[in-house]
Design a protein around this ligand. Structure first.
Ligand code: C2E
Ligand code: CA
Ligand code: CA
Length: 513
């Protein structure tokens, strides 16, 4: 071991202090070679080197771990963002992202257009085929929406069966063109889970004004969408300020309808159905009315859509059925007695699908002592959605109980001839739109003739709806149509007026016999 030179000692001590300062400043690469003296200073030097080594190893590992954790955090952040901004079922943007894209779009030179769409008939698919089929349908609708829009447009699922689109840099004409493409895209049936379902869409369009905020824009598009819903199925409506008042009154109406039922404000009117050959009233259709305390008598078109939206339609229909069947029992006991006579009552397809429905109808007939053969239930053909098993089952159950089933509004919408067979129904009611031009338009005449021929070929009875004049009645008679209904023979009237009418009819017949 060499003897330390005091001067050398001082130098080494200084260097050691320097090393400590450098290390402390964060430069962990700094090292100092021990001297051959190998005294206590050298021991500290070696110790410092080891500590620096250790520290360096620690920090390198630490940096790696920090990088790893940062990546994990970023991934989680992205996942959260996806969850927060996209709909997990369809992968479309959600409401939050929609609002962001609207706000973003409002900062561009040309304000965007917002389209809001709601599927018609989605609830029926969900109710009858189950949620998994409903989900698959939504995924397919999302795919179709993406296919007809451009890359720069935002397609969003707001929840349930509501979708929204933000259209950028497009003229009004182009926007309406997109709306039309959506309607076309949704007009072909969706094949899911072995079922073939058809849903159309009602579309509300709102063209943004400069400076408008996302919330009012969405609210206006929603208002337009509701206006579209009250028009024909699959309509497109462009927002107008006057639509607000209508939307507000609908909300009010729903509230009032709830109490109208318990307060006895609902009425049933009856419209005669006549035998075309003899002109004899052979039955009536029950049509609901609402005696509104302020607005007077309201017709179904003014409140059935509200009842449907608020789930009140089933209760309403049951009430109409019970009231009309009780009325028939009373007519049987007084004016009608044994005269052949049929009561027609409208039912909503939602109710028809419910498994307890036929039992409820049979129960109602029993309670009032009415023959099942006197009752015909009318179901709208467009709402039947093809041959879904539950509807067919319900119709079979009703018919095996002796109740008759009619297809209402036949000839509107995309009809399926598959259920126009004796195994499923008894009566076909031909829609007013096919009767209106019967006496003036040769084309309409040919269509009506063809439909009547098909109905007759299947051995079913036909009732022509909306017959308004003698010429139409005559044409129908010539085409072999057996029954008619329309203003030509009488408008829907209260039960008391109908009682008088029936008394006259029956008396006339008795005198004729
Ligand atoms: P619908 O079943 O097709 O009933 C016939 C509609 O045509 C009635 O309208 C009737 O007043 C009208 N009408 C009858 N003859 C003529 C005519 O010669 N010319 C014209 N222009 N119209 C005629 P209303 O009473 O307004 O009922 C509309 C619809 O509301 C009904 O159409 C039916 O689908 C529905 N509805 C009525 N009552 C009920 C009900 O109790 N339950 C359900 N679910 N729906 C109902
Ligand atoms: Ca009807
Ligand atoms: Ca009808």
């Amino acid at each position: 071991m060499a003897t330390p030179d005091p001067e050398d000692r001082d130098v080494r001590l200084d260097q050691l202090v320097e090393l400590v300062v450098t290390l402390a400043s964060g430069d962990l690469d700094a090292r100092m070679a021990p001297s051959p003296v190998a005294d206590r200073i050298d021991a500290v030097i070696v110790g410092m080197n080891m500590l620096a080594e250790e520290l360096q190893a620690l920090t390198t590992g630490f940096e790696e771990r920090v990088a790893e954790r940062t990546q994990q955090l970023e991934d989680a952040q992205q996942q959260l963002e996806r969850l927060a901004l996209y709909d997990p079922l369809t992968g479309l943007a959600n409401r939050t992202l929609l609002r962001e894209s609207i706000e973003h779009a409002m900062n561009r030179p040309a304000p965007p257009a917002v389209l809001l769409l709601d599927l018609d008939g989605f609830k029926a698919v969900n109710d009858s085929f189950g949620h998994s089929v409903g989900d698959m349908l939504l995924v397919d609708v999302a795919r179709r929406l993406r296919a007809v829009t451009r890359e720069r447009d935002t397609v969003c699922r707001l929840g349930g069966d509501e979708f929204a689109l933000v259209i950028l840099d497009a003229s009004d004409h182009e926007v309406l063109d997109i709306a039309d493409r959506i309607r076309t895209a949704l007009s072909t049936p969706v094949h899911v889970g072995g079922q073939s379902c058809w849903v159309g869409a009602s579309i509300g369009v709102c063209f943004a004004e400069p400076g408008q905020d996302a919330d009012t824009l969405l609210r206006d598009a929603d208002t337009a969408m509701y206006a579209a819903k009250t028009r024909a199925r699959g309509s497109v409506a462009i927002y107008e300020p006057s639509m607000h008042a209508a939307a507000l009154s609908r909300v009010l109406l729903a509230e009032e309808l709830r109490t109208a039922m318990t307060d006895g404000e609902l009425l049933v009117h009856y419209q005669p159905i006549v035998e075309l050959l003899t002109g004899r009233t052979c039955g009536v259709e029950a049509l609901v009315r609402w005696q509104h305390p302020v607005r007077g008598i309201l017709v179904p078109g003014e409140f059935i859509p509200v009842a449907e939206d608020t789930g009140l339609l089933v209760v309403l229909d049951r009430w109409v059925l019970d009231t009309a069947v009780a009325q028939l029992a009373s007519w049987r006991a007084t004016v009608l007695q044994g005269v052949p006579f049929g009561l027609h009552v409208n039912v909503s397809p939602v109710e028809l699908r419910s498994p307890q429905f036929s039992e409820a109808v049979v129960g109602c007939l029993e309670r009032h002592g009415v023959d099942p053969a006197d009752l015909t239930l009318e179901v709208t053909e467009t709402q039947m959605m093809g041959e879904d098993a539950q509807t067919m089952l319900a119709m079979t159950a009703l018919r095996s109980a002796g109740i008759r089933v009619a297809i209402d509004d036949f000839g509107t919408g995309c009809s399926s001839l598959s259920y126009v067979r004796r195994e499923f129904v008894d009566v076909i009611k031909i829609d007013r739109s096919l009767i209106t031009g019967l006496d003036t338009d040769p084309q309409q005449h040919r269509i009506a003739a063809a439909i009547l021929a098909v109905v007759a070929a299947f051995g079913l009875a036909a009732v022509a709806e909306g017959v308004e004049n003698a010429a139409q009645a005559e044409q129908l008679r010539a085409l072999g149509c057996r029954y008619g209904q329309g203003y030509q023979w009488g408008r829907p009237v209260p039960a008391s007026t109908m009682t008088t009418h029936l008394r006259c009819t029956v008396d006339q017949e008795r005198r004729a016999d």
